[in-house]
Design a protein around this ligand. Sequence first.
Ligand code: FES
Length: 157
Amino acid sequence: MLSAESLAKIDREVAKYPVDQKRSAVMAALRIAQQEKGWLQTETIEYVANYLGIAPVAAYEVATFYNMYDLSPVGKYKLTVCTNLPCALQGGVDTAEYLKSKLGIGFGETTADGRFTLQEGECMGACGDAPVMLVNNHKMCSFMTREAIDLKLAELE
Ligand code: FES
């Protein structure tokens, strides 16, 4: 189900916790599984749970709670736009609307060419850089005005 490389990464995460607390590595393990598979199918979540020796529902609860986990296929670039209040007050809603019109998709949708998925996100702890956008769960983009979005999309094309 997962490559030896991914399992080795998960083992390194598990080793950070006491032997009887393997469940503490569930977030990292799901992240590693998603990196390999592109998104988290139910079977993948169950596999991770079994690997950690926890109930599948415990892993499923984590995977469904955090929006960094994708429970369906996403585009090459997943753009998560923060629309919480501090970002909204600094143009976050306009950022989201601009992206929707530019990409021709709404939240939770993927462009027909499979390049971009757009997602609404919660506060990313970088309110001072509002409006904030995250690319593929890892790359934080600050001050995402319309001009900044144009530059970022051109960079990702
Ligand atoms: S409200 Fe957007 S990063 Fe905090």
